[in-house]
Design a protein around this ligand. Structure first.
Ligand SMILES: Nc1ncnc2c1ncn2[C@@H]1O[C@H](COP(=O)(O)OP(=O)(O)OP(=O)(O)O)[C@@H](O)[C@H]1O
Ligand SMILES: [Mg+2]
Length: 298
C-alpha cells in the first residue's frame, strides 16, 4: 500500500486532475495518485446522513518557505442530513474553507473519512475515491459555490447554467428553461446571457455561480461565502433562493461571514477553532454564546 496523504502541496489546484462534468467554479479535483485503501463505512453513521465527516485531518507543507507544516484540520466530525443547512462559523483561519475544499476534493485530506451517501443509497468515502468517481459525483450530486467564480473560458452565462442542469440529469431543453428561470431569480439581465462569464462583474459572476449551483439542486451543496460580493437587494434574492433549498431536500454545508444569514438559513451551526469543532447546536443558542470565537458581522 502507498503512503496515505499526510500533507499537501501549497498549490493544490495543479496536477493531472480530471475534468469534472460540471463545476460552477471550474476547480479541478485534487489529484489522487497516492491512493488510499477504501475502508468499510462505520456502522454507527446516522441512517439519513448525506454527509458524515469522521476524524478529518488536513495539513499543508509549505514547500516554498522552509518545508514547515500548517495543520488546518485536526480531526473534524460532522453530519449533514437531507434538507439540513449546517453553517460553519469561527474566526479567520479556523479551517472552514479547508473543510469545504476537502469535501469537494479540491484538497486531498490527510486522514479521516468523508462519507457521502449517493442518490442510489451507497456510502462513498470521498477522501479515498478515484478521481473519475469524484468528477462524476461533482457533476451530478455535489455542488460547490465559492466566493469567486472562475468561469471556463469562452462559455456564455446561459451555457454555464444550462450545462449544470444537464450534468444533474435534466434534458437539454428542460435545462435551458430552468437556466432562464434561475438567471431571472438572481437578477441577471437577459442581455448578459450570451456574454462570456469572464467579462462579468464580481457580483454578477457570483450570481451566475449561485444559479448554476442551485439549478436541479444537488444532494449536497457546499457554499463558501456565496453572497460576499452582493449588494443588499441581490443578497436578499440569493438568500431566498438558498432558503428554498430546504424544500428540495438538498443538504447544505455553508460558510457565511454574516450573523443574519446564518440565523435565517442554518438549522445547525458548527463552530470551528484551530481546525477543531468547538461547539455545535441551533443558531439561537450558538450565535448568542459570547464565549465562542465567532467572527461574524452584526
Ligand atoms: N493552500 C494552502 N496552503 C497553505 N496553507 C493553507 C492553504 N489553505 C489554507 N491554509 C491554511 O489553513 C488554515 C485554515 O485556512 P482556511 O482558509 O480554511 O480558513 P477559514 O476558516 O476559511 O478562514 P477565512 O474566514 O479567513 O476564510 C490557515 O492557517 C491557512 O493559512
Ligand atoms: Mg474561508
Amino acid at each position: 500500500m502507498t503512503t496515505p496523504h499526510t500533507t499537501s502541496h501549497t498549490t493544490p489546484h495543479t496536477g493531472p486532475a480530471p475534468t469534472p462534468a460540471f463545476t460552477p467554479t471550474a476547480i479541478p479535483a485534487a489529484s489522487h495518485q497516492a491512493g488510499r485503501a477504501p475502508a468499510d463505512p462505520p456502522t454507527d453513521l446516522p441512517s439519513d446522513t448525506v454527509l458524515s465527516v469522521r476524524g478529518l485531518r488536513k495539513g499543508f507543507t509549505l514547500h516554498t518557505i522552509d518545508g514547515r507544516t500548517v495543520d488546518a484540520l485536526h480531526g473534524v466530525d460532522l453530519d449533514v442530513a437531507p434538507g439540513e443547512h449546517v453553517a460553519l462559523a469561527g474566526t479567520s483561519g479556523a479551517g472552514k474553507s479547508t473543510l469545504l475544499r476537502c469535501v469537494y476534493r479540491t484538497y486531498l485530506s490527510g486522514g479521516g473519512s468523508i462519507w457521502f451517501r449517493t442518490a442510489a443509497g451507497d456510502l462513498r468515502d470521498v477522501a479515498a475515491l478515484p478521481d473519475a468517481e469524484v468528477a462524476d459525483l461533482r457533476g451530478q450530486e455535489i455542488g460547490y459555490v465559492s466566493q469567486f467564480l472562475r468561469p471556463q473560458p469562452r462559455r456564455s452565462v446561459h451555457e454555464i447554467v444550462t450545462s449544470a442542469g444537464t450534468a444533474r440529469g435534466m434534458t437539454r431543453a428542460a435545462a435551458r428553461t430552468a437556466a432562464e428561470a434561475a438567471l431571472h431569480q438572481v437578477a441577471i439581465a437577459e442581455h448578459l446571457w450570451d456574454m462570456h462569464a469572464t467579462v462579468l462583474s464580481g457580483g454578477q459572476k457570483q450570481r451566475v455561480n449561485i444559479a448554476a449551483g442551485t439549478i436541479a439542486p444537488p444532494r449536497l451543496l457546499l457554499l463558501d461565502e456565496p453572497v460576499s460580493a452582493l449588494d443588499p437587494a441581490n443578497r436578499a434574492a440569493v438568500l431566498d433562493l438558498i432558503a428554498r433549498l430546504k424544500e428540495t431536500g438538498t443538504a447544505v454545508l455553508s460558510v457565511f461571514h454574516d450573523l443574519d444569514a446564518i440565523e435565517r438559513l442554518a438549522t445547525r451551526v458548527v463552530v470551528l477553532g484551530g481546525g477543531r469543532v468547538l461547539a455545535a447546536g441551533p443558531p439561537s443558542d450558538i450565535l448568542r454564546d459570547s464565549n465562542l470565537p465567532l467572527e461574524v458581522a452584526r
